[in-house]
Ligand binder design. Structure first.
Ligand code: SAM
Length: 230
């Protein structure tokens, strides 16, 4: 019998935010695969490093991080073929996904290639959206609010209609995003969150952020009118 593929959401960064179920699947897997930048370590692996065993085999999926090259079809074709060999051999494979696998997670590209052939389980994780809201102590949306998640590169064309917003994939786009929000008079209604749930977590008003230091793992939360909780 072929093995089971599990897409494990391992949470936003703090190892305590992994779910009991994801941890159980992780421990049971013979093979653990994870995306990593072409140069550098895997964030998802770092989150679960304390639970990995030397008996588990690891497969690194080297992913180009430039958005212009997404989706990196060849990388996922090759990775899916490699994982299929393991699954055909009857080995259970866990694929680590930072945050939640189906919230902008690269696991979805493997899912698309393997779900018709193999048993696949998706274990949801705590996403960066929830973690950033918790870090900023900033309720995301309430009642009839609509919440938009806007990747920074497509910000301008969508912001006009947005009410409650999470702007993700900030990194080098930060200066442009801040300038747009300032021009629209929205900067004061926003909070910057970096490395939510990790030791280096920072929550700042936009005017206190140094644009040269904005990492990939950061986002801006914005609410045009403030969340009406009462
Ligand atoms: C490709 S998406 C992956 C999202 C992930 N699957 C999730 O569920 O949160 C990467 C973006 O998520 C946001 N992000 C992920 N982890 C974060 C964290 N710990 N703190 C702040 N933002 C984070 C950043 O905006 C980053 O550019």
């Amino acid at each position: 019998m072929s093995g089971r593929l599990s897409g494990l959401g391992v949470g936003p960064g703090d190892p305590e935010l992994i779910t009991v179920k994801a941890l159980r699947r992780l421990r049971d897997a013979a093979v653990v695969a994870y995306p990593a930048p072409e140069a550098g370590a895997s964030f998802a692996r770092r989150i679960v490093a304390r639970w990995l065993s030397p008996a588990q085999r690891e497969i690194v999926i080297a992913v180009p991080m430039e958005s212009a090259r997404f989706p990196a079809q060849r990388v996922y074709d090759d990775a899916a073929a490699r994982l299929a060999e393991e699954l055909d051999a009857g080995h259970d494979v866990a694929v680590l996904c930072q945050g939640d696998p189906f919230f902008y997670g690269s696991f979805m590209y493997l899912f698309a290639r393997l779900a018709e052939r193999f048993r696949v389980e998706v274990v949801p994780g705590v996403s960066s959206l929830g973690a950033s809201a918790a870090a900023a102590q900033w309720p995301l949306a309430a009642r009839l609010d609509t919440l938009s998640v806007l990747p920074a590169p497509v910000l301008l064309c969508r912001l006009a209609e947005a009410e409650a917003v999470a702007i993700i994939k900030l990194g080098r786009h930060f200066a442009k995003v801040r300038a747009v929000l300032q021009r629209l008079g929205l900067a004061a209604a926003a909070r910057y969150v970096e490395h939510a749930s990790l030791a280096g977590e920072r929550v700042l008003p936009l005017d206190q952020v140094s644009e040269a230091e904005v990492p990939y793992f950061s986002m801006i939360l914005l609410h045009r009118r403030g969340v009406a909780l009462r």
